[in-house]
Design a protein around this ligand. Structure first.
Ligand SMILES: CC(C)(COP(=O)(O)OP(=O)(O)OC[C@H]1O[C@@H](n2cnc3c(N)ncnc32)[C@H](O)[C@@H]1OP(=O)(O)O)[C@@H](O)C(=O)NCCC(=O)NCCS
Length: 162
């Protein structure tokens, strides 16, 4: 089994959209257009996990100087500021058949390294309560309940200090 973590390119659009729509509920999954915008505008914050030559996982993001990350438009990178101090993870997802192999951890390690190289100060994200432990394992701290109700769910804000 060979694993390759690398930056996404437009050739990964279909595969990344498949990962997104398979891993998230329809009400919360990003559209192909949003994924395209993210690859197009901020490939420095978009990585894929390729297992035996097939894309099975992704992490993508935007960047902002703001600490409030509840803005829905930001997911389309409206307000994206490449010089901002905060990396904001939109989606960390791995296809069910490739889960439990350490791929999300490997993607996040790569993402943290890239964020440090870019001189960012922190990584922020929103997650559901049952993923708090998962992110804590990866080095994140719980920052509190978010005011976001994206997809009709309750979200916790997590923070990783770089
Ligand atoms: C959450 C998700 C990304 C994990 O991917 P994965 O590749 O299976 O995770 P890994 O194998 O890298 O697991 C890393 C560690 O977290 C642990 N872990 C995995 N899922 C967990 C969970 N739900 N709660 C607590 N710990 C968890 C693993 O046991 C592993 O621990 P270890 O390092 O001590 O062995 C994947 O299940 C997924 O895509 N889910 C659907 C999309 C989603 O909800 N993403 C999160 C959005 S906020």
């Amino acid at each position: 089994m060979s694993l390759n973590i690398r930056r996404a390119t437009m050739d990964d659009l279909t595969a990344c959209t498949h990962v997104e729509t398979t891993c998230f509920e329809p009400s919360e999954a990003a559209s192909e257009t949003s994924i395209k915008t993210r690859i197009d505008n901020f490939p420095q914050g978009f990585y894929v996990a390729e297992l035996d030559g097939r894309v099975v996982g992704q992490v993508n993001s935007g960047c902002t100087a703001k600490d409030d990350i509840t803005d829905e438009e930001f997911k389309q990178l409206i307000g994206h500021d490449p010089d901002g101090r905060n990396m904001v993870v939109f989606s960390l997802s791995v296809l069910p058949e490739a889960q439990g192999l350490g791929l999300a951890k490997a993607l996040m390690e790569c993402f943290i390294k890239a964020s440090r190289t870019m001189g960012k100060e922190q990584i922020l994200l929103l997650c559901k309560d049952y993923h708090i432990g998962f992110y804590e394992k990866l080095g994140y701290e719980k920052a509190g309940l978010s005011s976001s109700n994206h997809g009709g769910f309750q979200w916790w804000e997590m923070i990783f200090r770089l």
